[in-house]
Write a new protein. Structure first.
Length: 198
């Protein structure tokens, strides 16, 4: 299940600013900004989608806030997720990043980011077009009233995961890809009562 869907507590909370938001946001300013400005908004830009693929992979087994608070540094060390620059990174870069305490120092995830950049560079098509080809016909088929209404995986996230793995991407499991679909707006999981819910 995506990190956002796992969090306990009220389904919708009203912030100090009087705005109602999905309960997983809580009162954390980073989460509030992320929820209000990014999460669930349609994203088609290839570079930013590549970044999301990578960061969702880093998030596996961790809370999303852990990644979000390090995103500026991730962007610094991975050249703002410019596919060509990341694809050109070397084993020396991996060794250096494994020692960089500002990021998640997981060798496999660092290597996957570089490998996934190389795959992306050779795709022969837009990464955004590929990802969006797996979007459900209706982004929000039923009202999302509780966390129980939010799936961990869907047929579409499984199909996207399968296709990316077929093309040699790694750290792109079905749950990770559903979190990507939530984040990039392929699905709309804003809870009923949230100011961003339709």
């Amino acid at each position: 299940m995506s990190d956002e869907a796992q969090l306990p507590g009220p389904y919708v909370v009203r912030g100090d600013d009087g705005v109602s938001r999905c309960g997983w946001v809580g009162t954390d300013p980073d989460y509030i900004s992320y929820h209000d400005e990014e999460w669930g908004r349609a994203l088609h830009d290839d570079q930013r989608l590549f970044e999301k693929v990578c960061l969702e992979g880093f998030q596996a087994g961790l809370s999303w806030i852990t990644i979000l608070r390090r995103r500026t540094v991730f962007r610094e060390v991975f050249h703002d997720f410019d596919v060509d620059r990341v694809a050109d990174m070397t084993a020396n870069d991996v060794d250096r990043l494994v020692g960089d305490a500002r990021i998640i120092r997981h060798r496999g995830k660092i290597e996957a980011t570089i490998s996934n950049a190389r795959v992306t560079r050779e795709l022969g098509e837009s990464l955004g077009d590929l990802i969006w080809s797996f979007a459900p016909v209706i982004a929000r088929p039923l009202p999302v009233r509780t966390y129980a209404d939010i799936p961990a995986i869907t047929a579409q996230s499984t199909a996207l995961s399968t296709e990316l793995r077929r093309r040699s991407y790694t750290f792109v499991g079905p749950t990770t890809m559903y979190a990507l679909m939530q984040s990039a707006g392929l699905v709309d999981d804003h809870l009923v009562g949230c100011h961003l819910a339709p």
